[in-house]
Design a protein around this ligand. Structure first.
Ligand code: CA
Length: 476
């Protein structure tokens, strides 16, 4: 008996060794390491306040975006893609946690208060890069943060190995205007636009037109990490106000008469150059095949402020009509997604985390349950049903809600009193309220929405529009 088991162990040992030798041999002959092959690089390119119709792949004519369009051509365009809120910070909180931000009270644009530990994204939440970092990824955030400025909320405490950019909700674009020497010295949101840039805790002097500087950082990060899996969150503040562009980009738009639209176009064009530089770098390093690149805007265009264009969509940034929440959204992953794919079912930025987590090493376990879903089976067609039966939005202070159903029906509730139903399948501009024909639908949507709302909490802090109230409370 003892002899037999020794023999068995020896055979097992020999088999393992042979297997090991074979695997080592195969590894040397494979270009891609099998472990790395299961860890695609991930790049999210997020623009700020760009309109739905301000990319070539959604029909933009006056601003060429050939590089952003490359992502669409190389992969997939989601024609009915949403973000989880109609302004910057809550939308980003949803994206980076994969969960409705109403679950953890990040439902207002925050005040810029570096010494208030209450204003920031709950530390009970797991951010996307935290999970990837744990899984052996090198992670970097570039550009706009807006997820908490107190030191406990800063990017390098939330899963980013590196951060280059600024902590508030926006920034000026020319280094000569960065006249506040430290992020802690800014006393409010407006001042935060003028702080010097930071590389983690270190203050750095800006060198170039901001959009170019962020793009250069992105390319350098990719180059530095070509040998290992990486995650890059490239959060441009363009084309958010202030409208500022360098001559290099302005000169491309001599044909646009309206000075606001002209500057806006130049800002988008600068982003497009940056996207091109990122894509070129991936190709040059021959890592483009297994890199997921996702492009989207953080909310609809505020057409009056920055001259953006949401096309036929009703409403703008801040609104729960399509113009506030439906965004340009494209994704490439040449190894897994066919070129020139179109996807028409409703999806949401919350799906990004779920999709990435599910496609790394056979699926990563997240700390909290996600509201997003893995889009890959829907993209490849192995799952026929729509990714989401319902999507929900809530503006707590205004008492506004929206519900989108997979059928194309959408309910908009304003001030908790006006209830409308639109059929987005034939009325994308939300012109005709068809609630009379859908009385039963309203009841059903109400039921679903209340169920959804039962797991949300009120905002965890006072927001940017409540500064006066905040200051009064602090004086007490
Ligand atoms: Ca925004």
């Amino acid at each position: 008996m003892k002899k037999n088991s020794t023999l068995f162990v020896s055979i097992a040992f020999i088999s393992c060794s042979v297997f090991f030798i074979i695997t080592s041999f195969t590894n040397k002959n494979n270009i891609e390491h099998p472990i790395k092959a299961d860890k695609p690089n991930v790049i999210i390119i997020l623009t700020d306040d760009q309109g739905y119709a301000d990319v070539g792949f959604n029909g933009c004519k006056d601003i060429p975006t050939p590089n952003i369009d490359r992502i669409a051509k190389n992969g997939i365009v989601f024609t009915q893609a949403y973000v989880s809120y109609a302004v910057c910070a809550p939308s980003r909180a949803g994206l980076i946690t994969g969960r409705y931000q109403d679950r953890f009270g990040y439902s207002r644009n925050p005040l810029y208060r570096p010494f208030d530990p209450e204003i920031g994204l709950s530390l009970n939440e797991q951010m996307f890069p935290e999970l990837l970092q744990k899984s052996g990824y090198r992670t970097m955030g570039i550009g706009k943060w807006h997820l908490g400025v107190h030191e406990q909320f800063r990017p390098w405490k939330r899963g980013f190995n590196e951060f280059f950019g600024f902590l508030g909700g926006g920034h000026r674009y020319f280094p000569s205007e960065y006249d506040i020497n430290h992020p802690d010295s800014a006393k409010n949101e407006a001042q935060s636009y003028r702080t010097k840039l930071i590389r983690n805790e270190q203050v750095v002097e800006g060198k170039e037109y901001l959009t170019d500087e962020l793009s250069n950082e992105a390319v350098a990060f990719i180059e530095r990490n070509k040998e290992q899996p990486f995650f890059l969150y490239l959060a441009y503040n363009a084309p958010h106000t202030p409208l500022q562009a360098s001559e290099k980009y302005l000169s491309r738009f001599e044909n646009i008469q309206d000075p606001k639209r002209k500057t806006y176009a130049a800002m988008v064009s600068a982003v497009d150059d940056g996207v091109g530089a990122v894509l070129n770098k991936l190709k040059e390093l021959k890592i483009d095949e297994n890199t997921i690149v996702i492009f989207l805007s953080d909310n609809g265009g505020p057409e009056k402020d920055n001259s953006s264009n949401n096309g036929v969509l009703k409403g703008a940034k801040g609104s729960l009509f399509e113009g506030g929440i439906r965004v340009p959204f494209a994704m490439q992953w040449p190894k897994k997604i066919k070129a020139n794919t179109l996807f028409h079912e409703p999806i949401i930025s919350l799906d990004i985390f779920a999709t990435v987590a599910a496609n790394i090493n056979g699926g990563l376990q997240t700390k909290n349950p996600l509201d997003g879903v893995n889009l890959m089976p829907h993209i490849t067609g192995t799952k026929k049903e729509a990714p989401h039966e319902y999507l929900f939005w809530r503006q707590f202070d205004q008492k506004n809600y929206a519900v989108v159903h997979a059928s194309g029906l959408k309910q908009v509730i304003l001030k908790d009193t006006s209830f409308s139903i639109y059929n987005l399948k034939n009325d994308i501009g939300e012109e005709t309220n068809v609630s009379e024909q859908h009385k039963k639908t309203i009841e059903l949507f109400e039921l679903q929405r209340k169920k959804w709302e039962s797991f949300t909490i009120p905002p965890a802090f006072l927001g940017l529009s409540q500064e006066e109230q905040y200051n009064k409370q602090k004086k007490k």
